[in-house]
Design a protein around this ligand. Structure first.
Ligand SMILES: Nc1ncnc2c1ncn2[C@@H]1O[C@H](COP(=O)(O)OP(=O)(O)OP(=O)(O)O)[C@@H](O)[C@H]1O
Ligand SMILES: [Mg+2]
Length: 401
């Protein structure tokens, strides 16, 4: 086992015109369970193939601890790789398929048997050991492939490229926890590729988020949730993802429309930014009760254990008059807004910004209600060019002008 260090590693499939993987420097620490998370085409498989030696990077160097392996072929790297679809010898029995990587490396017979039976037990293959692999369904074949990747000892890393795609959903949960167990048990470095956030978050000690061939953030699941460093991480992790709204920094205050939502923290010049707030950390109050961004409820999804309240915030410093429990209409809010708002603009025709607020189940909000959205202290972040550039601290006192 070793730390796997990528030094300026990048890959282009078209002679440098575009980069499937932009040159990156990054270390996979020995013994950790990583999830490599990102949308289709972001470069996950390319990255794995570079680590295993199936692909030589266009640029950069790869080190396993102090040993440079950039040009070392797969066989010399001692990496176990499991692919998205079954890779096995169809005419061999399940037992022989599992034993193959061990026999190939001259493990003693008794050790082969011990290891095969252990992996088979953990993956639920005991009843199939004598069967020809060709006779298994694709899901079971994939589990055998998984076993082939897990059967050896002392590998530099186990690379798993969306290994559960063809496995039936009911088995997925079990296998994910089995994989976690095997990781704990063997202490091998695991890099588990997925584009499914649940899979990533439940499996990994550390989630590495990739977008367009670049690592945009890596961290523990909680860190990615609570402190996204990139708008994409905010969107991709969380259900639903982070709300992002246009905002502005003026005199040290962050404003959404005319409403001040907090103090800008960071080395931030005045001007436009984007503010990100997760649905969990946005609070919707009835109109008039507290300062915040004025808006109108456009829909409520009753999810059972929580509600998702969709709000169109208009950036005015007061909402349109509420249909109930609100203050009386004022000149500025026109009094023409008693109807239900369903579109993306308020009744004055001003464009609004949709935002989702997560509340406890059975919230009293209904479509058409007016309200103020407040952002929980220290849970809103500022972004420029999608990258986090600052945070938002609570206002001292009220947030109104
Ligand atoms: N052999 C190849 N030749 C040319 N382009 C390729 C090749 N393999 C991948 N690419 C391109 O490189 C980029 C990254 O591909 P890669 O397969 O690494 O993405 P991925 O994150 O694994 O996607 P998926 O989730 O769909 O498996 C994509 O734009 C893809 O089209
Ligand atoms: Mg892939």
């Amino acid at each position: 086992m070793a730390d796997i260090r990528l030094e300026g590693v990048g890959h282009s499939y078209d002679g440098g015109r575009t980069w499937a993987l932009k040159p990156m420097t990054w270390t996979w620490r020995s013994g950790r369970a990583y999830a490599l998370l990102g949308p289709s085409g972001c470069g996950k498989t390319t990255l794995l193939n570079i680590i295993s030696g199936l692909l030589t990077p266009t640029t950069g160097r790869i080190w396993f601890d102090d040993r440079e392996v950039t040009t070392v072929p797969t066989a010399g790297r001692d990496i176990a790789q499991v692919f998205q679809f079954p890779v096995l010898y169809e005419e061999m029995s399940v037992y022989d398929n599992l034993a193959f990587p061990l026999r190939n490396r001259k493990y003693p017979k008794a050790e082969v048997d011990r290891r095969v039976r252990r992996v088979s037990g953990m993956l639920g293959l005991d009843d199939h050991l004598r069967r020809r692999s060709r006779r298994l369904d694709p899901g079971r074949q994939q589990i055998v492939s998984l076993g082939r990747g897990l059967v050896r000892s002392g590998v530099a890393a186990v690379l798993l490229d969306e290994p559960l795609t063809v496995v039936d959903p009911a088995m997925k949960w079990t296998l994910r926890s089995t994989l976690k167990e095997i990781h704990r048990d063997t202490g091998h470095t695991f890099i588990y590729v997925t584009h499914d956030q649940t899979e990533a978050l439940t499996f990994a000690d550390e989630v590495v988020v990739v977008k367009d061939g670049e690592i945009v953030q890596a961290g523990e699941p909680t860190e990615l949730f609570l402190s996204p460093a990139h708008e994409f991480v905010g969107h991709f992790i969380g259900s639903p993802g982070m709300n992002v709204l246009p905002a502005e920094i003026l005199d040290g205050l962050v404003r959404v429309g005319r409403a001040a939502v907090g103090r800008a923290v960071g080395d931030l010049p005045a001007g436009p930014v984007r503010i990100g707030i997760r649905p969990e950390f946005a609070v919707l109050d009835s109109a008039g009760s507290t300062p915040g961004v004025a808006g109108r409820v456009t829909g409520v999804d009753r999810m059972g254990s929580y509600d998702l309240v969709h709000v169109l915030v208009n950036g005015h410093d007061e909402p349109p008059p509420a249909e109930r429990d609100g203050p009386p209409p004022t000149e500025r809010t026109t009094g023409r807004t008693t109807g239900r708002t369903t579109g993306r603009s308020d009744q004055d025709g001003n464009a609004g910004h949709p935002l989702v607020v997560k509340t406890e189940a059975g919230s009293r909000f209904e479509p058409g209600d007016a309200g103020f959205v407040r952002f929980a202290a220290d849970r809103a972040f500022l972004f420029r060019d999608a990258v986090r550039c600052g945070t938002v601290a609570p206002l001292n006192g009220r947030g109104e002008e």
